[in-house]
Unconditional design. Structure first.
Length: 153
């Protein structure tokens, strides 16, 4: 069984969000993409729209999470998600300024499934989404990323 995937993009820079959204759309991805401008907005969205609704929703989520954000940083968001049995099931792709092995290892320990180092080469978004079990396609119009039950993340 396949389910639609909503892409949550937690990025404090609206310009970066727009560039990323436009890139993904040019690649044929027609999924809903939700902009979350800071860590608090991310936690609020997860609490109000995702937690407790996974079984009734006909969709899954993937979170692209910037580490350096105002209010609550991405690492704190990841920690809170990791502490919640339901939210910890959402694949998280970390967006970070450093590829430092120690920090990346820490993010993986907190539940991240992939990471992208800024400045971003946009094709790495597609590679990271494949890594968390999503199948992007650039053909034809209307094709969406889906998560299949048989994929192990």
């Amino acid at each position: 069984m396949a389910r639609d995937v909503t892409i949550l993009l937690a990025e404090d820079n609206e310009g970066h969000f727009i560039l990323t959204r436009n890139y993904l759309q040019r690649q044929g991805i027609r999924n809903e993409i939700v902009w979350l401008p800071d860590g608090q907005a991310t936690l609020d969205y997860l609490t109000n729209h995702v937690a407790g609704r996974q079984d009734e929703d006909e969709k899954d989520y993937v979170l692209i999470l910037d580490i350096r954000m105002p209010k609550i940083d991405g690492e704190q968001v990841l920690q809170q998600m990791n502490a919640d049995p339901e939210l910890s099931q959402i694949p998280v792709i970390i967006l970070t300024c450093t590829g430092s092995g120690g920090m990346i290892e820490r993010y993986y320990e907190l539940g991240a499934k992939a990471y992208i180092v800024k400045p971003v080469k946009y094709s790495t978004y597609l590679d990271a989404m494949k890594k968390v079990g999503l199948y992007p396609s650039s053909v034809p119009d209307g094709v969406k990323l889906i998560k299949r039950d048989s994929v192990t993340v």
